[in-house]
Design a binder for this molecule. Structure first.
Ligand code: CMX
Length: 432
């Protein structure tokens, strides 16, 4: 991991120069005007963040350090059909495609950190199983702060410039430990409360799959795909943004990401994948395994006319079918060509956009990542849909941690936008 430190030292130095130039040379350059409707409509289309790891293009989809999902799949070191999660972590941290030996270094580093403190295990084991798995996850992550290196060093004489080092230490801890927290929640809530130990000879996805209770290399491959495509999605989404804002108050990564997870648990964000599977199973029950397109369209119209949204469709930024959906569609086509539920997802993709277009409300009538993930998990036997957002949370820990490391490396300040009262804003409008 010394190598990772020296790569990062080098990259951070050149990025700091750029940030310095942005601040002092170009500080007064305007990049856009803000319209009132943007403020009222949840800050849509307002560029307010600086981020290193990924960018979301409405017409192209996500790029991780400039690479599309397909490019990541072809360029990053992989096992079976999908890149190692460790390779994605390296890419997000450094912006470089890792070698096989760098992936192995990362694998060993994470494996050595994958144990949990006793108090975290005891706390998780004492939680009521009726508590939503996301609430358990958020508390499990928060409890890791007990050993935060950032908190410890912040209270010593560490210089601001070096904050990123303990943040990286904590970030690797979070990424390494969160699979075991999730596995305990899963086994306690739905199974026999027996959790295997992390497998120090396996990669992160395989070790996680084993702890959840699976002995299936295709399932480990699905976990690699799932974690990689969910690990980061630019800076403005609720979980990433929340983590960033809380971190800007110089909270440690565990407090910051625990807050991010609470945002991820919202039905308009991460919880949609739970709702999506529920909706899909209801559809299947209503229209059968091999429905006509018309039967699906009628069911969709019924959902809309009862005032509900179609889960898994639409997006705040994207204006195309989500490439994360397409990656899962391809995976399902290869691994589960005769699976009725996955085939229903594919058929919905043909039918639903047209119905949403006719309804004329959604700016993006196409599927997002959540339209497929639940069906894949369900088909591999992970059927408990209120656990799905926990899987999302395990994945997103990567992007949120890497971003906090870079936030501290670039010494970003406390985030504190201004607010106006509705009366004041109305008065401003009247004067225009
Ligand atoms: N079904 C029905 N109506 C939809 C819709 C859908 N899937 N998506 C958007 N609309 C409606 C909105 O509810 C809104 O209606 P009102 O004007 O009556 O409030 C209108 O279309 C315009 O919305 P929008 O600007 O297209 O979408 P937003 O940016 O406001 O919201 C999102 C985006 C994702 C919350 C919304 O599309 C939605 O609710 N989708 C279903 C839930 C879902 O799949 N969430 C997962 C998001 C994935 C992620 O977070 O990564």
């Amino acid at each position: 991991i010394t190598e990772l430190h020296s790569i990062l030292e080098h990259k951070i130095a050149s990025r700091l120069e750029q940030v310095h130039r942005l601040k002092y040379t170009y500080g007064s350059v305007k990049i856009e005007d803000i319209k009132i409707e943007q403020i009222v409509k949840g800050m849509r289309g307002m560029t307010t963040q600086l981020t290193e790891t990924s960018m979301l293009d409405p017409e192209y989809g996500i790029r991780f350090r400039g690479l599309s999902i397909e490019e990541c799949q072809s360029k990053l070191p992989k096992k079976y059909t999908q890149p190692y999660v460790e390779a994605m972590i390296w890419l997000l941290l450094t912006g470089e495609i890792p070698s096989e030996s760098q992936v192995e270094t990362m694998r060993k580093e994470l494996a050595s950190r994958s144990f949990l403190p006793m108090h975290t295990e005891e706390m998780l084991n004492s939680m009521p199983t009726s508590l939503h798995p996301m609430s358990q996850l958020s508390m499990g992550v928060l409890s890791l702060g007990h050993r935060s290196q950032f908190d410890k060093l912040y209270n010593s004489s560490i210089k601001k410039k070096a904050y990123w080092k303990p943040m990286l230490d904590d970030g690797l801890d979070l990424i390494a430990k969160i699979p075991k927290i999730a596995a305990i929640i899963y086994r306690n809530t739905y199974k026999d409360r027996i959790v295997r130990k992390p497998d120090s000879s396996a990669d992160l996805a395989e070790s996680f799959g084993r702890m959840l209770g699976w002995d299936d290399k295709n399932f480990y491959d699905l976990l690699k795909l799932y974690i990689n495509i969910h690990c980061d999605h630019e800076a403005g989404n609720v979980s990433a943004h929340t983590t960033h804002v809380v971190g800007s108050a110089l909270c440690d990564i565990f407090k910051s990401y625990s807050a991010g997870l609470n945002g991820l648990a919202g039905p308009l964000h991460g919880l949609a994948n739970q709702e999506c599977l529920g909706w899909l199973l209801n559809l299947k029950e209503n229209v059968g395994d091999y429905p006509t397109d018309q039967a699906i369209a009628d069911y969709v119209k019924k959902t809309l006319s009862s005032g509900n949204v179609i889960p898994g469709y639409g997006h705040a930024v994207l204006r195309i079918p989500d490439p994360r959906f397409i990656a899962q569609l391809k995976f399902a086509g290869q691994m589960l060509p005769n699976n009725a539920l996955c085939n229903l997802v594919a058929q919905c993709y043909k039918v639903i956009p047209q119905v949403l277009k006719e309804q004329g409300k959604a700016k993006n009538p196409f599927p997002n990542v959540d339209a497929h993930s639940g069906a894949l998990m369900y088909s591999f036997g992970l059927v408990e849909n209120d656990f799905y957002t926990v899987l999302f949370g395990v994945s997103r820990a990567i992007g949120c941690s890497v971003n906090l490391v870079w936030d501290r490396a670039l010494m970003f300040p406390l985030e504190r936008p201004d607010g106006l009262t509705i009366t004041t804003m109305s008065e401003v409008c009247k004067k225009k």
